[in-house]
Design a protein around this ligand. Structure first.
Ligand code: DQQ
Length: 583
């Protein structure tokens, strides 16, 4: 029988948390930038099985993702000489499914005056006739940020192994009042009705974050517009902007230049201040060449985020082979630089996500690409076990003493989906109107704090005695005129190690729990718990380093620590195979 009901004594005390705050960073440590460690010499329990990561060293932003002649291309910021940020080049990998990857030679590395001090982030655009072009930020000898252009050397090579830099480089420079150290990360370009290309570059003036707009007829000669595409006060530097259309009445993705009455636009900015990827939904006014967020779409760091955990410097691309828009993002570490040097590596990428506009038109929905399911092993389904066959639900009792262990899976490398069904919400706690910060609320009401409807959810990467556990859970509150669902990821007991960032993350989830139930999917991969609540309406990535709950010592549980019964109506899990990543 693949599941057992485990009776647990003293569950509440085992839930009690602790935390030390250590913020992992993306700063330059010149003395460390070339310090290598032999990764094979040390035991590596935190390497992931099916997330994208290079063999060693530092990795950050995904760059220039695209599909060309049926092959997916991923470039990324990489330090060839060490496990901290520095010496940045564009590393390059290709794939036929966005899951298994083959690495190639670095695509772009410092070689010309306008990128001699680094080849920073940028994007790919497919030009007329299917020819790809890359715009990227170069750091010049004066350490100014400038924009450069590169084209493939050989268009008949579907792996696009060699790139030639344009003799016109740099094609955009920080003149006329642009701050030379805040001028970076060109987006994929789009074409306006006048036939000219447009691109935006992240920038700021004092605390005013901006997307500087450039236009070009030939992709080489770029002219700055008089006004930015958009700007917002008190948001600081906008890194890695992304601007793209979404369909209002379908989940299919759109090519970046599409516009029209059934289209809305999304502007995402990566806020350097707090390392959050925030987005708004709005309209692209073609006459004014300006983006205007919809009323109610909050234009600062308290607005919508792709992910409420660790996820930064993301970028989307239009996958013309499957008519979908794919989101890729960087996950940094929660340990210290010294730990990264010891491990010999730092940074991984999130599982690529398909994204589309929710039917409310108010937010995006994200879901792991379907190809990741090719790594799933045999399903373990609670409701097809002998004991449960034919039952519609399992009651998770209110006395907080009953938790279910999901057995017969590799709990350190698994994909799990659960659905909670809530026939009545009458007993939900009242939401104090001042409880408007989900992160704070999740920190104050962690997995160990009993409520009435919640906390209930999953305990991932847990030890048998629950000394270590990453809890992903929901709580339901009674708000002024509706029920409010809180989704949390509580890392306070994720590891017995003390020297880690164990910040608890949280988000409000815009669902109707009474009629839809509450779904949770978590992709668990040794040191990552990537969770999707409400069928992808809120996502939270936790980066954790258990000391004991590693490999075969990791367990997975479903729990309810509220005073009300919760019904579990779906519990399916798949052990995940390793992705093939050829270095
Ligand atoms: N990372 C790049 C920059 C970008 C930042 C440098 C965001 O181009 O602004 O590695 O993580």
């Amino acid at each position: 029988m693949p599941f057992t009901v485990v009776w647990f004594v003293g569950l509440c005390s085992l839930f009690l948390g602790y935390g030390v705050h250590v913020e992992a960073s993306h700063r330059g440590f010149s003395h460390l930038q070339s310090q290598e460690q032999n990764t094979t010499a040390t035991y590596q329990p935190y390497r992931t099985g099916y997330h994208f990561q290079p063999a060693k060293n530092w990795i950050n932003d995904p760059n220039g993702p695209m599909i060309y002649k049926g092959i997916y291309h991923l470039f990324y910021q990489y330090n060839p000489y060490g496990a901290v940020w520095g010496n940045i080049v564009w590393a390059h990998a290709t794939s036929t499914d966005l899951v298994n990857w083959v690495h190639h030679e670095f695509a772009i590395k410092p070689s010309i005056e306008s990128d001699i001090n680094g080849c920073w982030s940028g994007s790919a655009t497919i030009l007329h006739g299917g020819k790809p072009a890359i715009l990227y930020t170069g750091i010049d000898p004066q350490n100014r940020q400038v924009q450069n252009l590169a084209f493939p050397k050989n268009l008949s090579d579907q792996f696009l192994r060699e790139w030639i830099k344009s003799p016109q480089n740099p094609v955009m420079t920080p003149i006329d009042g642009i701050n030379a150290s805040s001028f970076r990360d060109p987006t994929t370009a789009w074409k306006g009705p006048d036939g000219r290309w447009r691109v935006i570059i992240g920038s700021k003036i004092d605390r005013l974050g901006k997307a500087i707009l450039y236009r070009s007829k030939n992709f080489t000669h770029w002219v700055r517009a008089h006004h930015p595409l958009h700007s917002s006060n008190n948001t600081g530097m906008w890194e890695c902007p992304d601007f793209f259309p979404v369909s209002v009445n379908s989940t299919v993705g759109l090519d970046t230049s599409v516009n029209g009455p059934s289209v809305k636009h999304v502007l995402k900015v990566s806020l350097d201040d707090n390392k959050h990827d925030c987005y708004t939904i709005g309209a692209y006014d073609l006459k004014k060449d300006k983006y205007v967020p919809d009323n109610g779409s909050i234009d600062n760091s308290s607005g919508l985020r792709y992910d409420y955990g660790k996820f930064y410097a993301s970028k989307t691309f239009f996958d013309s082979s499957k008519n979908r828009r794919i989101l890729l993002g960087w996950i940094n570490e929660s340990d210290s630089e010294q730990d990264d040097i010891k491990k010999g590596w730092s940074g991984i990428h999130a599982i690529p996500r398909n994204i589309w506009l929710d039917k409310t038109g108010k937010q995006l929905v994200q879901w792991p690409i379907e190809e990741i399911e090719t790594l799933r092993g045999k399903p373990v389904d609670w409701f097809s076990t002998e004991k449960k066959a034919g039952s519609e639900f399992e009651v998770l009792a209110a006395d907080a003493s009953q938790i279910l262990e999901v057995l017969d899976i590799t709990a350190a490398q698994v994909d799990v989906e659960v659905l909670f069904d809530l026939p009545t919400l009458e007993k939900a706690e009242n939401l104090d109107p001042s409880w408007n910060d989900p992160l704070l609320l999740c920190s104050e009401k962690g997995a160990s704090v009993r409520g009435s409807l919640g906390p209930f959810g999953l305990l991932a990467l847990a030890t048998e005695g629950l000394e270590e556990q990453t809890a992903i859970f929901f709580r339901i509150f009674k708000g002024q005129d509706r029920y409010v669902v809180l989704m949390c990821s509580d890392q306070s007991r994720s590891s017995l190690r003390q020297d880690l960032d164990k910040t608890t993350y949280g988000a409000f989830l815009d669902v109707d729990p009474l009629h839809e139930g509450l779904s949770l999917r978590s992709l668990i991969d040794h040191s990552i718990v990537e969770s999707f609540g409400g069928n992808g309406k809120a996502c939270i990535i936790a980066r954790v380093y258990p000391k004991l709950a590693i490999n075969d010592n990791a367990h997975l549980y479903v729990f309810n620590n509220g005073t009300e019964n919760v019904r579990l109506s779906k519990l399916k899990a798949w052990s995940m195979k390793k992705a093939h990543i050829i270095y």
